[in-house]
Design a protein around this ligand. Structure first.
Ligand code: NAD
Length: 471
């Protein structure tokens, strides 16, 4: 298996780097390997473009709606390319493109309505303050490889609606669909309002710390998020960080196992488990434990694994070699520590980065597959004896992205959900988000809020005009 990583890819030549198809492990194309020095000109042009873009909110709304139409119309080009470099089933790539377009449309239609109105305030003294809301300025959007288009649009759509310009950097594992998205958007947006840059590190580090950037909005892992925050501190740019998760699903003793098993399975395994807010640990009452393991393992054994472009495929490969190595290492360690693979437990014997959908039983709670974010098609199922024990275990992590509670008595499930220390808690499902809701992790899972009106506010700052009452 090729072990190339975009951070140190072999065979790089002429300012380009290879892009691999995770279904084969082989390069199928290349992307420009832009150098950090190029950012000065890119950010400079984003500053220039900001003057015009910030001035007219009606023009912005129209441009975002045109952009939404253009993205939708380009679905047949974007989706296969996304599958090729990311690995996900083609239908999921189409859904991702649709989601990116929907985000643009939401902010195009609602941007002006969602924006906070200017407001007069007084504190009883004869002075008057008028609060207006202004964009922050050129924004760096840095995104990972699991949902390149969807996560990018979740950043640039509210940033652009608020009147900022954006420099967007995709992961070097998935640069191509984002580059194409950039050229599709250039048909709808004024020049330099959105610029896509591709390249390997230290391009992202340099972008996050660039003195011309006023806001860094980042989605990715916790360690990189910390590095981004340190980098942005150099210019005291605002940061928004959407980081990793290790979401627990707690099954209550009145849960209908057979009824929820398929939904729970997909909440953990969609996009091959490479979802920040996927279910990454299941806590089941001891009485139901064997049935829960068996029901999940049944789905894991029968799901169709294959290349994303194959129409029968339900689960694609892991995106890249280092990620696969991490999944393999944590699974092997759990098995060595006494866990049992009720399904899978190993790589698939075929080219590409395929790992058998894996359900692990009898896992020691301190095993890294439980305590760390495994981010792959592996799900540990743990038994609990008391509800308090399950809530404590769910909360006993540095992460705080999401969590869910599954049961028949919805009031009781709601009361348990209230006790979860995370940004979003679901009942009887997981990882569903509306465009209109806030999304934010607590603890190591993030800083700042995305989604809905709150996503827009995060791209604005107050500006106050203060004057004596009588003038
Ligand atoms: P990553 O942190 O390795 O990379 C994310 C992005 O940062 C990439 O574009 C990468 O090239 C860039 N980067 C790398 N080093 C950098 C540096 N020093 N400075 C600036 N940028 C740098 O993450 P990944 O492996 O691509 O993605 C998986 C992670 O993303 C998981 O932890 C997952 O939970 C998280 N994630 C979080 C959310 C959320 O909304 N909370 C959503 C999706 C994924």
């Amino acid at each position: 298996m090729p072990r190339s990583h975009p951070g140190r890819a072999p065979g790089t030549r002429g300012g380009r780097f290879p892009v691999l198809d995770p279904a084969t492990g082989k390069a199928f194309d290349e992307a420009p390997d832009q150098q950090p020095e190029e950012l000065d000109a890119v950010v400079g042009r984003a500053h220039e473009a900001w003057r015009g873009w910030r001035a007219n909110s009606l023009a912005r709304s129209k441009a975002l709606l045109t952009a939404a139409d253009a993205v939708e119309a380009a679905g047949a080009d974007l989706a296969p390319l996304l599958t090729r470099e990311q690995g996900k089933p083609l239908a999921e790539s189409y859904a991702e493109v649709a989601r990116a377009a929907a985000r643009l449309r939401y902010f195009g239609e609602m941007g002006a309505e969602l924006a906070p109105e200017s407001q007069e305030i007084t504190d009883g003294r004869p002075v008057r303050g008028e609060i207006r809301w202004r964009p922050l300025g050129p924004t760096a959007a840095i995104v990972p490889w699991n949902f390149p288009l969807q996560l990018a649009s979740a950043k640039f759509a509210p940033a652009l609606a608020a009147g900022n310009t954006v420099v967007l950097k995709p992961s070097p594992f998935t640069p191509l669909a984002t580059r194409l998205l950039g050229s599709v958007l250039s048909t709808a947006l004024p020049e330099n309002v959105l610029t896509v840059v591709t390249g390997r590190e230290p391009l992202g580090a340099r972008l996050a710390s660039h003195p011309g950037i006023r806001h860094v909005t980042f989605t990715g892992s916790v360690p990189t998020g910390r590095a981004v925050a340190r980098g942005a501190a150099a210019s005291l740019a605002q940061v928004t960080l959407e980081l990793g998760g290790n979401d627990a699903a707690i099954l209550l003793d009145d849960v209908d196992v057979e009824r929820i098993a398929e939904r729970l399975f997909w909440a953990a395994f969609r996009n091959c488990g490479q979802v920040c807010m996927a279910v990454k640990r299941v806590y089941a009452p001891a009485r139901l434990y064997a049935r829960v393991v068996e029901a999940l393992a049944e789905h894991a054994k029968t799901v169709v694994v294959g290349a994303g472009l194959d129409p029968d495929t339900q689960l694609g490969p892991v995106n890249n070699a280092p990620q696969l190595a991490g999944v393999e290492r944590r699974t092997a360690r759990a098995l060595a520590d006494g866990a049992r693979a009720a399904a899978g437990g190993h790589r698939l014997d075929r080219p590409g980065y395929f790992f058998a959908p894996t359900v692990l039983a009898d896992v020691p709670p301190a095993s890294p597959v439980v305590t760390e974010e495994q981010f792959g098609p592996v799900l540990p199922v743990l038994p609990y004896r008391s509800l308090d024990e399950s809530v404590d275990a769910a909360n006993d992590t540095g992460f705080g992205l999401g969590g869910s509670v599954w049961g028949t008595d919805l009031d009781r499930a709601g009361a348990v959900a209230d006790r979860l220390e995370c940004g979003t808690a679901w009942i009887n499902h997981h990882a569903e988000l509306s465009l209109a809701q806030p999304f934010a992790g607590i603890k190591d899972s993030g800083v700042g809020v995305a989604g809905g009106p709150w996503g827009l506010y995060g791209n604005l700052r107050p500006f106050v005009v203060h004057r004596p009452e009588e003038t």
